[in-house]
Design a protein around this ligand. Structure first.
Ligand code: GRF
Length: 197
């Protein structure tokens, strides 16, 4: 891989990693963007085997160094990381990282922010709350990351209209489909200012 021609992305993920898999697939033969690193805080996370299967290097991080140490900045520099994409990463991003990557960290949230955002609103908790509140629609939000949780500039939203009998699992499935359909293109648009529409 010739770094001179490409922008390098690190995906931060701590879960199953289906979005990471989708992003890896999308950028596999991209001429301007490469997924250069998977960063994860859970040794048992599915995303680590997805990275291994796709020959993407991984970095397993621990709390103390991330929050009270160097935030792994030297490692990100070593991998020449230009942008950070959060895809199911639950820790708050330390200020040191936000300052080192201004307007270069993007997150995906499985709801229509500002609704169903903030502390405790992740994964199944979001979809359970959406169903319990009899919302007519939910969706995805792709947004920049700043010092405040789920607060940065919104780049993109897509909605899913709930059916009356939808369970939280049904909603999760539909929301994931929206994520797969839109996240890679939105990342591409942010990083190189284009999308294949
Ligand atoms: C996604 O729903 C994403 O919106 C949220 O965490 C979930 C990650 O799922 N931030 P996966 O690990 O990509 O399958």
């Amino acid at each position: 891989m010739d770094k001179a021609n490409k922008l390098y992305i690190a995906i931060f993920a701590s879960g199953a990693g289906s979005n990471a898999a989708n992003l890896i697939q999308y950028f596999k033969n991209h001429d301007k963007i490469a997924i250069a690193l998977i960063v994860c805080n859970k040794p048992e996370a599915g995303v680590l085997s997805i990275a291994a299967d796709n020959h993407v290097p991984t970095l397993l991080i621990e709390k103390e160094r991330f929050f009270r140490g160097d935030a792994y900045l030297p490692v990100l520099e070593q991998y020449h990381i230009d942008y950070i994409v959060l895809a199911g990463f639950l820790w708050k991003v330390p200020v040191a990282l936000i300052q080192a990557y201004p307007q270069k960290i993007v997150n995906i949230h499985p709801a229509l922010l500002p609704k169903y955002g903030g502390k405790g609103m992740y994964g199944a908790h979001v979809h359970t709350a959406v169903v319990a509140n009899r919302e007519k629609e939910t969706g995805i939000t792709i947004h920049m990351v700043d010092e405040i949780y789920d607060n940065g500039k919104i780049l993109f939203q897509a909605t899913y209209s709930l059916s009356e009998n939808d369970t939280p699992d049904d909603v999760a499935r539909h929301v994931h489909q929206l994520e797969y359909a839109h996240f890679p293109e939105q990342v591409e648009k942010l990083v190189v200012g284009m999308s294949r529409e």
